[in-house]
Write a protein that binds this ligand. Sequence first.
Ligand SMILES: N[C@@H](CCC(=O)N[C@@H](CS)C(=O)NCC(=O)O)C(=O)O
Length: 216
Amino acid sequence: MIRLHHSPSSASMAPQIVLEALGWPHELVPVDTQAGQQRSEEFLKLNPNGRVPVLEWNGQVIFETAAICWHLAEQAPEAGLIPAIGDPLRPQALKWMMWLTNTLQSDLILHFYPGRWSQTEAGAAEVRQQATARVNAALFQVQDQLQAQAAAGQPWFLGDRFSILDVYVFMLCRWTRHFDHPARGYPGIAPFLKHMLAQPCVDRVMRQQALPQPWV
Ligand SMILES: N[C@@H](CCC(=O)N[C@@H](CS)C(=O)NCC(=O)O)C(=O)O
């Protein structure tokens, strides 16, 4: 049994796209984060951090988006969504996944929830400003990586094969869609986002979530 506790447009998008890419049947359990359902007693038993997503996987409970994506990819080595152990790209995949989740994603969280880091309005505004600048700087690193691959004629973040890194990069880039300098405005990122939107697994999730435009 695979059950994904999710909320539209949130971090649950990445595991949902991975599940679609694998073509695995799964149940989607909506969590209304606006209404605070992630802090309900029932949900906190699954994830004491009160965050989506949570994956229920054959009796196990897994939280943390990167861990869920990595776990799903490892269950289907034939799909090649992460490089196999021994493949020189494997440590690169691990490096980037860690960086995405502990740097770009955490700066995005600071941008979206600055009030959690300051008790004053002015303090929160400063936190947001700093976080936004750090996100923009991180996007240049994402762009460098994508441009290096594109220069070698390779369309994906790790090179010639689609991986969970693409899904993660796509998700975090789309979180900047209302920024003054969104990821789609970076010339080395824009073609990648377009390419991702053309993938059936991505398209299915965007439609399932009935998300308003712009999607990225
Ligand atoms: N590190 C966690 C962060 C997840 C996270 O921040 N989820 C957000 C939605 S994108 C959430 O549940 N927010 C509700 C809240 O913070 O109350 C992960 O990657 O799974």
